[in-house]
Design a protein around this ligand. Structure first.
Ligand code: GLN
Length: 451
């Protein structure tokens, strides 16, 4: 813990941590020592972790990267973080993220962007770590946490893992409790681990997961020992290669990384099978209707009355307006506008209801594919990390980053991103595996061969 606290301090220029909690960390580490001495060590005893600022942590600022939650200190702990502390983990602090987890660059945070520890060969240009879990990815990549929590609504664990050269696992929807995680799009939000290896992610997930009566969408299924799944044996495994993911304009280096992944799995005895997921091209527009719709509803609670910021006004309505106007950033306002539009009486059927129907078709595509294959292999993102500030005035270009990650989110399926190679200019690139619902074990087993 001490070594990591020193590393956290040294890495301050990356802007990964929003709050450092050294006193808490040392106290937790002392308690760990005491349990170790008594022979009562938990599975994560003494392991120092970074916590995404979307998780409510008791008495410690939890702001979702938003000015509107400035100084908000929850009176309770999220289930996922409570599970980690129960198993002995130590909290180093809270880490930066896109505001309310809306973004793919970490640039929408009220705390400013996070700097990716990686640079292009021969260049000093600062790059984004991806988002929205950009602080988590950078903290792990810069060795100032052994692991981190992330959340993934449409790719926010997997895409930053790919950009930062770490492993990120988005579990099946319902595997980890959403209780105490600040809501973005409730039918999509899912917590998961980010770490330096597949094994570390497997160990962390076991502690994070589990049924929780406080989350009505938590699923009561057994939590396996995911680490045991790391057998290295993928002989006979059928790996689906979806042809619709060969999108126009995919850079050659992404395509060849994908081929490399197929070849590695083949060499290990797995069988690649070309499959079709015909509704893939509708996933991005569907996501960018469903997610803002749910966000517009979830974010209605930030009204200046109950949490964080209040900007006074003459009347109650003026107070709401002034608070929300000053408290939310541009991307969050954009999502609220889109969300309220697609939910409004005249447009509900044309947009929101249509999107829900297409979402079902996307889920059915996967269901049909899993009748013939065990797991699906794709690239994680269509590019390597880009420069800080790039894509900022072009939301659609930013949204295109999620093209490979949103389908699994809409279907509620588990996905993992594994660092699998480097771009021509030396940046990490990830491959994504998508599994059957509640079959994270096959993901872990297959990812172990790719890493
Ligand atoms: N980049 C996507 C978005 O902006 C996904 C974010 C996420 O998974 N939280 O909505």
């Amino acid at each position: 813990t001490e070594a990591h606290l020193t590393a956290v301090e040294a890495a301050r220029p990356l802007n990964a941590y929003t709050v450092e909690t050294p006193e808490k960390a040392l106290a937790m580490a002392d308690a760990s020592d005491a349990r170790l001495a008594k022979g009562e060590a938990g599975p994560l005893e003494g392991i120092p972790l970074a916590i995404k600022d979307l998780f409510c942590t008791e008495g410690v600022e939890s702001t979702a990267g938003s000015h509107i939650l400035k100084d908000f200190k929850p009176a309770y702990e999220s289930t996922v973080t409570a599970n980690l502390w129960r198993d002995g983990a130590v909290m180093l602090g809270k880490v930066n993220m896109d505001e309310f987890a809306m973004g793919s660059s970490n640039m929408t945070s009220t705390y400013g962007g996070v700097v990716n520890p990686w640079r292009r060969n021969g260049s000093d240009e600062k790059l984004v770590p991806g988002g929205s879990s950009g602080g988590s990815a950078a903290a792990v990549a810069a060795r100032c946490a052994l692991g981190a929590t992330g959340t993934d609504t449409g790719g926010s664990i997997r895409q930053p893992a790919s950009f930062s050269g770490v492993v990120g696992l988005k579990p099946t929807y319902g595997r980890c409790s959403r209780w105490g995680i600040i809501a973005f799009a409730s039918s999509l939000d899912q917590a998961g681990p980010m770490a330096r290896s597949v094994r570390d992610c497997a160990i962390l997930l076991r502690s994070m997961a589990g049924f929780d009566a406080k989350d009505s969408t938590s699923v009561d299924v057994a939590v396996p020992d995911f680490e045991q799944a790391l057998t290295g044996d993928v002989r006979g495994l059928k790996v689906g290669i979806p042809k619709e993911y060969r999108v126009d304009g995919m850079p050659a280096e992404i395509d060849s990384l994908w081929q490399q992944g197929i070849d590695w799995l083949k060499a290990a005895g797995a069988e690649p099978v070309e499959i079709s997921l015909p509704h893939t091209k509708y996933a991005l527009p569907t996501y960018y209707i469903v997610a803002p719709a749910e966000a517009s509803s979830n974010l209605a609670r930030y009204d200046g009355v109950r949490y964080g910021l209040r900007v006074e006004g003459e009347t109650l309505d003026e107070m709401y307006e002034a608070t929300r106007g000053a408290g939310f950033g541009d991307e969050v306002k954009r999502r609220i506008l889109i969300g309220t539009y697609v939910l409004s009486a005249g447009y509900y059927d044309a947009y929101y209801n249509k999107a829900r129907q297409v979402r079902t078709l996307i889920a059915r595509d996967f269901k049909a594919a899993y009748e013939t294959v065990d797991v699906i292999l794709t690239p994680t993102a269509p590019s390597a990390a880009f420069a800080m500030g790039a894509n900022m005035d072009d939301p659609v270009a930013m949204y295109l980053n999620d093209v490979f990650t949103v389908p699994a989110s809409l279907a509620g399926l588990p996905g993992i991103s594994v660092p699998a190679g480097l771009s021509m200019d030396g940046l990490p690139l990830g491959l994504q595996l998508i599994g059957r619902a509640f079959d994270e074990e096959t993901l872990v087993r297959t990812a172990g061969v790719l890493e």
